[in-house]
Design a protein around this ligand. Sequence first.
Ligand code: ATP
Ligand code: NCN
Length: 197
Amino acid sequence: MKVGIMGGTFDPIHMGHLLAAETVKDAFKLDEVWFMPSHIPPHKQAAGATGEQRLDMTKLATEDYQDYSTLDIEVVRGGVSYTIDTIQLLHKKYPNTTFYFIIGADMVNYLPKWERIEELVQQITFIGVGRPGFELHLDDLPEFLQSRVLLAEMPQVDISSTAIRRRLADGKSVRFMVPDSVLTYITRSGLYESKSR
Ligand SMILES: Nc1ncnc2c1ncn2[C@@H]1O[C@H](COP(=O)(O)OP(=O)(O)OP(=O)(O)O)[C@@H](O)[C@H]1O
Ligand SMILES: O=C(O)c1ccc[n+]([C@@H]2O[C@H](COP(=O)([O-])O)[C@@H](O)[C@H]2O)c1
């Protein structure tokens, strides 16, 4: 089985994440995509929701689709969510599955700084998608990474979780930027209302 792992902070999950997953699944004929919220993201501060809330929202966004699911492995493990630790566990648990890790252009450029990246790229292939505001140049990556990052064409979606949190703090609509079920969750829980987000 071929599975794409869509890792993220998902604070909150948005249409850019979902469209990235779908276009990669389609382009590379993946069987499933597993969305995996991190506990503490390795390179940035969690801004608003708790791990449990981000997990809840990710489940809401994926539960209607049989080829999508949500992995709680990083939130349950706790601590900083280094991908190398997670991939080693996934390989042990699912020895017959080939995993691909889906990332946006910002993360492609940041790959050289990932924890134990030389080891990680031996264990998983990355699939990068474009993202407005971030140039995607594989040539700029160190040589050991270049052949381990594949690219997928995706309609550009200029949405970020940061922009969504800001809009909510300003009382603006985020309808159609996040799934309806996620919007209902955010509204009911009062998430992201504070200006400090
Ligand atoms: N609009 C988008 N188009 C393509 N990829 C995206 C988009 N938004 C996020 N991604 C990718 O999804 C993954 C998870 O992203 P993340 O959860 O950090 O969302 P974000 O919108 O970048 O969040 P924030 O604004 O809080 O930094 C990353 O690999 C990121 O590059
Ligand atoms: O392992 C690392 O060093 C590492 C560094 C940066 C990002 N990641 C993973 O990449 C995914 C997207 O990260 P983020 O911060 O954009 O949500 C998420 O699963 C992170 O755990 C992993």
